[in-house]
Structure formats: structure tokens, C-alpha cells
Design a protein around this ligand. Sequence first.
Ligand SMILES: [Zn+2]
Length: 291
Amino acid sequence: MIDVHVHLADARCLSPGFVAGIGASIGDDSRVGRALSLYLRDRDGRRLLSRMTAHGIAKSVLLIADFGPALGEPPLTVEEIHEHHAAVAGASGGRLTFFAGFDPARGERGLDLVRRWTAEPECEGVKLYPPCGFELDDERLLPLWRHCNDNNVPVLTHSGPSLPVLGRPRRYPDSLQEVLRRFPDLRVALAHGMIWDLDGTVQLLQRHPANLYADISSFHQLSAPDLDRMLDACAKVPDQVLFGSDAPLFDFSGSLGDRIEEMRRRLTPTLRTALFEANARSFLYGTRTRV
Ligand SMILES: [Zn+2]
């Protein structure tokens, strides 16, 4: 089983503005802030690895979201954050990999980071977070798309609502379609796509069957009937939906293991293999031949 959407629970790597925003979404209470800072100490990913073992997850993708320019720089510099993620992934025996974070506000420095790390084996893609203040078809992203396209690097981009302090991209999904029109071989995944806009995302996936994917991260927020509806929709786009837990955010609101079991029970064996593993392989490596 492959989880394409997790984060390292290490406060040194997270923008203080982002941590505060997450805290506020959990509860407006100083105790939440204190509990969060105690929680965000999984520096080497040991807790994450033990949860993966408990849930039968063989591999997870650590996503670096570069919130620094939009929400304030974390204690570690963006370069140090990438180095740290590479070290954690490198020490995991292949169980963890990471996606570099990119914000066009960093200019050449951001692109240099992506170029440097996507050449390393521990880094298998790029994560974008448009609510930080850019659109997917922003001219400033063109060199990034070109790099990823030319080097077979997959890109996972946040989609849907975000923290209230951040903006909301206005040109989505036209911006996405413009990128896919220009780079028809580039593999792109919409984080949370199957959760916040199920019908819209399925339509987009059907329009771009060869290279667009969507993950199910944030599924812990779905009611039982909505989870059913989402799993039914997987059958319409069986090769394009990716399992993502958004750990450690899940830890605050329910049992990941129970929900995984529920999904296992509900899905046919073919869809289960696709959602939990095969689609992630084709997104990450572009290796599965399509019929
Ligand atoms: Zn996430």
C-alpha cells in the first residue's frame, strides 16, 4: 500500500503561520497550541513509520509545502528543510520518499531547489500549494512545468479550500487545463480532489485520462454516505485515484486504521489494488501501461 500524501510532523519544518492556522481550525484555545507543539516533534519520522506499519502502508510520500513566503519562514531554512527530508527518507530503507516544495515567490532560488533535489533518489516529485498566492498557469511556473515535463517528475498540487488567511486561486480549473494542454505527458495529481469537489474532479479526470490523478486525502472529514459516494465514483476513473492520508492531520480526528478497513471492505479487489497501490506507481513512475 502506498500513501502519496503525508507530512513530517516536525515543527522546525513548518511555517509558524501554518501551525497557528491548523491550531485555530482544531480549536481556539491556547491548550491546542501547546498540544500541537508537543505533537510536532516527530523529527526522524519514527512515529510515522510505526503508524505505517500498523496500517499496512509500505511506502509514504512526505510532501514539503513551502508556506514560508506566504505565512512566515519556519525555524529551518527552505534548503535545510529539503536536506532534512532527504535525510529522513534516506534513512527509511525505501519506506519514505519526499516531494520538493515550490513557491514561485522564491524566484530562481525555488527553482534551483527543485532542480537540485529532483536529481536525487530520495526526492520523487514536486508539491505545489497555489493558495499561497499563485495560479497553476502563472507564467512564473513555466520553468517548473518544463523541468518536470522534461525530467519525468510528477507534480502534486493542493486543490480546494485552504486556511482562511490564504487566498483562493481564481482560475482553477482553467489554469490546470491550460497546463495539461501545454504539457500533455506531465503527470499531475490534485490533492484532496476527490473530497472537496467529487463531481468536478471526476469530470476533469475523465477529460485527462492519461496523466491527471486525484488523491483522497482529507477523507477523514467525510460522513459515511459521502465516503460511499466517493468510493462509488472511483469506479468511474479506476486508474486515476490515489490513496492519501494527510497524516499527521488525520491523527486529530479519528482512526485511520478503521477507515482504511472500511474502504478495503467496500472496494472490489481490482479497485482496491488500484487505489491503494497501482495508481500511485503509475503517478510516481509513469510505468503502468494503460489498456
Ligand atoms: Zn496535506
